[in-house]
Each structure stands twice: as C-alpha cells, then as structure tokens.
Design a protein around this ligand. Sequence first.
Ligand code: GAL
Length: 314
Amino acid sequence: MTERFRPGEVWLDTDGKPIQAHGGGVLYQEGTYYWFGENRASDPDAGRSWRGHGIGVRCYSSKDLHHWKDEGLALPPAKDDPTSDLHPSRVVERPKVILNENTRAYVMWMHIDSPDYKAARVGVARSGSPTGPYEYLGSFRPNDADSRDMIVFKDDDGAAYLFHASEWNETMYIARLSDDYLSTTGEYAREFIGESREAPAVFRYQGHYFCITSGCSGWAPNVAEYAVAESIMGPWEVHGNPCVGTTEEIETTFHSQSTFVLPVQGREGAYIFMADRWKPKDLGDSRYVWLPLEISGRSLSLRWRDEWNLSVFD
Ligand code: GAL
C-alpha cells in the first residue's frame, strides 16, 4: 500500500492508537525521526477531573515519516507533586528537542504555565538519549520576559535560539541560547513588535530564515503569516499569508495552527508544514495537519491536499 499523509484525519501509531504529540516538533538523528508533542490522552490515573491540560510529553519514532512507533512518555507528568511544573493541573505545551553536539545532550524546551496562563515561563529538560527519559531541570522567564508559545531552532553553525511570544503575546522575542542549550545568554531581539503573533515555526533554506506564525485567538484557528530574514536576530520582513485556497482556508490556515516545519532528510527543498487542528472540548482528539511547503526564493506557499506523499517533492 502506498503510504499517504491525510491531513486532519485520525493518525494511528504502529500499535493502532491515535498519536498524542500535539503542539509538536521533530528531531532527526541518524536515520530516525523523533516526534515530540503534548500527550493529551485522557488519563484515568491522573486522579483529577479532566481540565484539558497535557499529561507529559510523548515521543514517537519513525524511519519514513508515515509509521510512528510510540516510544512512551519522554517527560512524564509529576502526578503526586502539586508544586511541580509537571503536575497534570499545570500547562506543558509545544515541546521541542534539539541535540547539543558538544555535550551530546538532547535538550527539550517547552512552554510551562499555570492553568490561567499567567506564569508564562519556559521549561528545560535533558536526556542522554533521544527518547528519554528526560530529566526536568526547571522553568524560568527568559531574560526576565514573559514567555508563552515558543520554539527552539538550531542553526547550521550550532548556535540555538528560543523564539517566544512575550509582552502578553504582543511581541516575539528571539533569544540566543547558551552553548550548552540549557539557558539563555542575555542576547535577544524584539521582533514583530505589537503584532501579536504566536505559534512560531522556524526553518532555514538557501541562506534565508523563515518564520511562520499564527495570530492570537487561543484554540481557534486564524490567519497565518510568514516572515523572512537574512540574519536570525532580524530584521524580519513580513511577507503575508502563505496559504493559497478558498477564503475559509486562507483565513483559518486550513483550520489549523502552526507548530513546526520539518526538513525532510536527503531531499533538497523538501519541508513539511506541521500544524494542529485543535479540538478544545476534546484536546486529545485534536488532529494533525501536515502539508508540503512550496518554496521559491523568499516566498512560501501552502495548499490543501486531502492526501499526499513525499513524491510531491520530486
Ligand atoms: C493558543 C496557543 C496554544 C495554547 C492555547 C490555549 O494560543 O497557541 O498552544 O496555549 O492558546 O488557549
């Protein structure tokens, strides 16, 4: 059977269970892709009423991007410690993992918050193996700034950066990480000032940096926008909405919100836009929308496809 991506459909893992990796990101390492994301499956063991918050970070592995094996909870919740950032009553969102080539540590960054989203912090965890278990190191406000939706991006020269929505989500901060990727250095830039962009997905192609974001409307989808820069700290030039299609598709980003752009290994110019189609009343049934990005110089386009596979990049 020819495998296909089916955006918006239920996506089962190799055990036949729906994949739980929302707000996710993918790390590629020695022939294997690792998909990390929010585990939002209802958990009867959590000992609490379901409030829609995540229960840890789950990891899946794949060689072909179609078949995903559940590697379990890379960062489990701290069910018995109400004071922990990882207690199921708290918010753990948008986990992203990068490998530090010097320390050989896999470093996970994530959005940590209180149920009212006022804590606005980032959390950091570390592991010697991609699938974990990750040791949680704690949370903080990068450069003393509030931090909600975020991503970490590792550049070709090994330097890594945290993009985070700050100033009550009005302005995006780009903060350089320390050499060990465990903290920020103090060097940062304010970009998209007052534009209220979130859900950043960052990648680099042919020397250009691209950042796709959503607007701020909670779980409800809205208009995507992308920006391009020649230097990661900016200036970033806003280019508009990459979506091409019906008015509804364009205004809702195909009913989804960006989370990551996945470079397909060994295929020049092949990048997959990864997004979440959130279901606020049943977050565990939120769907994944993966679509191929069309890149031409400094311009990006995204078109809906009911189903597709990697041959679109041929
Ligand atoms: C969105 C954000 C999601 C989640 C949600 C909660 O704006 O992108 O990651 O935090 O709000 O309402």
